[in-house]
Design a protein around this ligand. Structure first.
Ligand SMILES: [Zn+2]
Length: 315
């Protein structure tokens, strides 16, 4: 990854820098340049920053977040950024360290005024006791998919607000007003989600990957296991057989999957158990209607509610 990025740097130095620099409009140059890892953060930065910010997003909503290939344009954007926002908890390990190392912009490196770690101050769940590869190596700092917790919008907005005020103190009144307006809208949405989720307590669900663990914990659903053996490790036939047995015993009729999940394995488990597969976005834009963070969480809650309602035990 590092050598690939070093090659981009050379290419960029030869040709693309001038083009990228001069193609930006005068308006865009007046704005605060923000680079974010996932579309969820882009939406939240836009909500707080409004017209003051120009946002570049590295991941697209349908990608597997654990294996993202950044483009040379992302390196160019990061080299000129005033603010960089990530989720952290090793969610973006496949691409952030290389970009940060090569961008030559001290401001957006960890410890710099323009570096925002969205999960700072967040209590991660599923923190492994053993960090060996046998335990899966995708979630070494605990579950990083906190953007799918219904409480995450509030947490992330505060981190973003603090970062924007740090690098652009003159606009603090604007950021404060916009943050407060967003939190007011968010409170209405959170109430809507709580009402839906209140009836899900104790309902058994299986996931492909542990993306929805915060959601499951928040509403006290009954996790019946994951189709992956460990985060990032495909299932063995034994693991599938055990899972199928557990699902049948628990009368588990719902499998939660993201758009990137392994369709064949999910299909096998669904066929063996008769369970219904529910496809959910794992970040904004993954599925039509999930372009904003509130819109994505509305869609997640609606789909989950429909699935759980239809999957009620037939006893
Ligand atoms: Zn993961």
């Amino acid at each position: 990854m590092i050598s690939r990025i070093a090659k981009w740097v050379r290419l960029w130095a030869l040709s693309t820098f001038a083009t990228a620099l001069f193609s930006s409009s005068a308006v865009a140059q007046d704005k605060l340049k923000v680079v974010v890892t996932i579309p969820d953060l882009a939406d939240l930065v836009q909500e707080v920053g409004g017209e003051r910010v120009a946002v570049t997003t590295i991941c697209r909503g349908k990608e597997n977040l654990h294996a993202v290939t950044p483009r040379p344009s992302h390196l160019v954007a990061l080299s000129k950024a005033d603010l960089f926002v990530q989720i952290g908890l090793s969610l973006e390990t496949s691409f952030v360290p290389g970009l940060i190392e090569q961008c030559g912009n001290a401001k957006v490196k960890p410890g710099g005024a323009g570096f925002v770690n969205g999960s700072e101050g967040w209590s991660a769940i599923d923190v492994p006791r053993d960090l060996s590869r046998q335990g899966g190596d995708l979630h070494p700092q605990g579950n990083p998919h906190m953007n799918l917790d219904p409480r995450a919008g509030r947490h992330l907005v505060e981190r973003i607000y603090a970062g924007l005020c740090r690098v652009d103190a003159a606009s603090k009144p604007l950021y404060t007003e916009r943050r407060d307006a967003y939190l007011t809208r968010l409170a209405v949405a959170e109430e809507r989600w709580s009402k839906l989720g209140a009836s899900w307590k104790g309902k058994p669900v299986v996931v492909y990957h542990q993306e929805y663990s915060y959601l499951i914990a928040r509403y006290e659903l009954a996790p019946c296991g994951a189709i992956e053996s460990k985060p990032g490790i495909p299932p063995t036939p034994n693991h599938i057989a055990e899972l199928v047995g557990r699902m049948k015993a628990a009368n588990c009729a719902t499998i939660l999957t993201a758009i990137w999940s392994n369709g064949d394995q999910v299909e096998r488990v669904a066929e063996a158990t008769g369970a219904r597969t529910v496809e959910l976005p794992n970040m904004c834009g993954g599925i039509a209607g999930s372009e904003t963070w509130i819109g994505m969480m509305d869609l997640v809650h609606r789909r989950l509610d429909e699935a759980i309602g239809m999957s009620a035990p037939q006893k």
